[in-house]
Design a binder for this molecule. Structure first.
Ligand code: PEP
Ligand code: MN
Length: 342
């Protein structure tokens, strides 16, 4: 249930609503908005009898939410959330279109430093690089793990670039969160609920990728786990879904971007690399994501894609990435998205 307060409701009215909810054996969570406060009711299993609330002054509307998410919904928080990564780097709302780029996996000191310096020179604010890799086959490269995290921490300090990396196991979360600016939950772990709870206990921004076969509702319910544990800094990432089509690695579901923006206040970015699996499709799809309103992209870039240890066929070469960055800037300007920082 969600209680939307009148814009003129006083602190006293809001407190009365919260007290009544507590007396009903439920938990109130107030989210102040630009114009009015909404109060979410958490802890109910089914329909809540709302008559104790009906007589309280200052209530505009009582909405019985039947969806499996509440904290991430627009009803609860009407204005866009902006997730800050430190410094000027942020995602969501009217922030500049965010570009996150880097190799699928951190493979060596030389590879990650070379990529980081290249991106830094272009003004790309965030470097990605996997240390713990979720590979389909156990025989494939599994990532440099702790050594990879340490390299990323070094790059972050020496090059002066924000970094994001995936966490696959709850035990690693606290250690990784200390060393990076942003955590990533991969598509395969979108419904690893213990992992979601653990990243929810940190305050680090989190990229939550959409599961391979997840509906919009399931994806938002997963984000809800993170917010419910107390971490509001979630950025959703569409990365393609499984369909019957085999011509691409996944099917890019760009229509989900405006749908997410309608249903949720969280920022949403797009990953054209995993969505297509094909380098030649990465730039057109990245550009299309600007048009449908994504707040940013995450693109795989490698100094030598032909010899990459993972996802080489979808990784851009430096020169192609440079061109894409220029095109994204032009496209963002064309459709009047803020483009500073591209
Ligand atoms: C990745 O970003 O390298 C990755 C493994 O992505 P996904 O979880 O979307 O497959
Ligand atoms: Mn990859």
């Amino acid at each position: 249930m969600l209680i939307v307060m009148q814009h003129w409701a006083t602190d006293y009215d809001i407190e009365r609503v919260k007290k009544t909810i507590t007396e009903m054996g439920l938990k109130p969570v107030a989210i102040p908005g630009a114009e009015r406060t909404a109060i979410g009711v958490i802890g109910n299993q089914g329909w809540v009898e709302d008559s104790p609330l009906r007589t309280i002054k200052g209530i505009l509307e009582i909405i019985h939410v039947t969806k499996p998410y509440k904290l991430v919904s627009r009803d609860f928080h009407p204005s866009d959330s902006v997730v800050r990564l430190g410094g000027e780097v942020k995602a969501g709302g009217k922030s500049p279109f965010l570009i996150i780029a880097g190799p699928c996996a951190i493979e060596s000191r030389q590879q990650i430093f070379k990529t980081a310096r290249f991106l830094k020179k272009l003004g790309v604010p965030v470097l990605r690089g996997g240390a713990y890799k979720p590979r389909t086959s156990p025989h494939s490269f599994q990532g440099l793990r702790e050594e990879g995290v340490a390299l990323l921490a070094e790059v972050r300090k020496e090059v002066g670039i924000s970094v994001v990396t995936e966490v696959m196991s709850p035990e690693h979360v606290a250690m990784v969160a200390e060393k990076v600016d942003m955590l990533q939950i991969g598509a395969r772990n979108m419904q690893n609920f213990d992992l979601l709870k653990e990243v929810g206990r940190t305050r680090r921004p989190v990229i939550l990728k959409r599961g391979l076969s997840a509906t919009l509702e399931e994806w938002l319910a997963s984000a809800e786990y993170i917010l419910f544990e107390g971490n509001p800094n979630v950025v959703l990432c569409e990365r393609g879904i499984r369909t019957f089509e085999t011509a691409t690695r996944n099917t890019a579901d760009l229509s989900v971007v405006p749908l997410v923006k309608a249903a949720s206040h969280l920022p949403v970015i797009f990953d054209p690399s995993h969505a297509t699996g094909n380098r030649s499709l990465v730039s057109p799809l990245a550009l299309a994501s600007v048009v449908v309103g994504a707040h940013g992209v995450m693109v795989e870039v490698h100094p030598d894609p032909e010899h990459a240890l993972s996802d080489g066929p979808q990784s851009l070469q430096f020169k192609d990435f440079e061109r894409l960055q220029r095109q994204l800037k032009a496209m963002a300007q064309f459709i009047k998205m803020p483009s500073k920082g591209l």
